[in-house]
Design a protein around this ligand. Structure first.
Ligand SMILES: [Zn+2]
Length: 180
């Protein structure tokens, strides 16, 4: 079990590859009829902008982020917009389909009012979730304000910690990251 993280704002041609896959994969039906398959094209193009984290590694990153005040525990708000079955979806109007897609994007990117940093629930289930650039900015602000001794301790406790901080710094410049 692991998590797949990816920049929100992909450069071309990866962005088009992802958009084409998302459109083709909608509601998982019908299966992709294209050659090469849309998923293969997307994953190949997006690979330079992804970060793969095992559950074990993520638990260690979260422990470090808790220590540095970069994340917090909270419960996600439920998805409350209308849901469509496979049978209902084709009959929905373009406006209804767009409203549903917008509601899903907002749900995945939801923030916790009054809290700063990254909510842990976005890092402990496959969501998918969107960790926003603002959440990352707040987390990095807390990280960078921590004492040098804490930075040294985090790096010595987990040799991969600097990779995680580098990933956050990169994603801050690219709209945040999606996690699945
Ligand atoms: Zn396809």
């Amino acid at each position: 079990m692991s998590y797949d993280l990816e920049w929100v704002d992909l450069p071309e041609p990866a962005a088009s590859g992802r958009a084409r896959y998302d459109a083709c994969d909608w509601l998982d039906a019908p299966p992709c009829p294209h050659d090469p398959p849309c998923l293969d094209t997307y994953l190949t193009l997006a690979a330079p902008y992804q970060f793969h984290v095992t559950i074990f590694s993520m638990d260690r990153y979260i422990a470090g982020m808790h220590w540095a005040g970069m994340c917090f525990d909270a419960e996600p708000q439920p998805f409350t917009a209308r849901q469509y079955s496979h049978e209902e979806w084709p009959a929905a109007s373009p406006a209804e389909q767009q409203a549903h897609c917008d509601a899903r994007l907002a749900y995945h990117a939801q923030r916790v009012p009054g809290r700063t940093g990254i909510p842990v629930f976005k890092l402990t289930s496959n969501g998918p979730w969107t960790v926003t650039a603002e959440e990352i900015e707040e987390a990095l602000t807390a990280h960078d304000a921590a004492p040098a001794e804490l930075h040294a301790q985090l790096a010595s406790d987990n040799e991969y910690w600097p990779l995680w901080v580098d990933w956050l710094r990169t994603c801050r410049e690219h709209g945040g990251f999606r996690l699945e």
